[in-house]
Design a protein around this ligand. Structure first.
Ligand SMILES: CC(C)(COP(=O)(O)OP(=O)(O)OC[C@H]1O[C@@H](n2cnc3c(N)ncnc32)[C@H](O)[C@@H]1OP(=O)(O)O)[C@@H](O)C(=O)NCCC(=O)NCCS
Length: 164
């Protein structure tokens, strides 16, 4: 299915005071968990990256996952205890534009606000840029709209599955 491009042109400045690391309670599903957010992949190890890329026909290995975190322009990582439970990445030209290629929260940690917090914190890191774009399925448009994105009709892309 063709995905529209969503663009955030109004950075969420109220989050620009984001700390390098923050610990927050995430409620939902009848229980509360402590989630630590960090915007550095430097301390992340392969063993902490398990269970991601749910539903992908070919999932990148944890080693490749760590490589893409380290290679990104900006990242946000959510941890519960020692395990990574969510992440978001951005790539950028460093001047005008950034793109958010990946966002995922492990299924058992979804619907607790972790995905929203990851994107808020990533947008705070990107708040100097003219454009921040991403592609998503239509079902996720309300999620991203609540974070300041708006639909920009039509986008195109190439997918090389053999490269995963
Ligand atoms: C999208 C995703 C990161 C959201 O993570 P999350 O931690 O559950 O998000 P939040 O708890 O902050 O969600 C806040 C609200 O956004 C909406 N929302 C969240 N995930 C949604 C989804 N997959 N589809 C539609 N709406 C969604 C809901 O209204 C949700 O509120 P609710 O929990 O009361 O229902 C998570 O569903 C995920 O990892 N999905 C698989 C990967 C993916 O689709 N990534 C996005 C690529 S563009």
């Amino acid at each position: 299915m063709a995905s529209p491009v969503l663009s955030a042109q109004r950075p969420l400045r109220e989050h620009s005071r984001t700390l390098a690391q923050a610990t927050l309670y995430a409620s939902g599903l009848g229980s509360e968990v402590v989630i630590t957010y960090t915007h550095s992949a430097a301390g992340i190890r392969v063993q902490q990256l398990q269970g991601f890329f749910v539903g992908w026909s070919a999932a990148p290995s944890p080693e490749r996952h760590l490589d893409l975190l380290r290679g990104s322009y900006a990242v946000e990582v959510a941890l519960a205890d020692e395990s990574v439970v969510g992440f978001a990445t951005a790539i950028s030209d460093g001047v005008l534009s950034a793109f958010i290629p990946l966002l995922e929260v492990l299924p058992e940690y979804q619907h607790r606000g972790v995905g929203t917090e990851l994107v808020r914190r990533l947008l705070a890191q990107l708040d100097q840029f003219y454009m921040v774009d991403l592609c998503c399925d239509a079902s996720l448009e309300p999620f991203y709209s609540a974070l300041g994105f708006r639909v920009i009709e039509r986008g195109m892309g190439i997918r090389r599955y053999a490269a995963i």
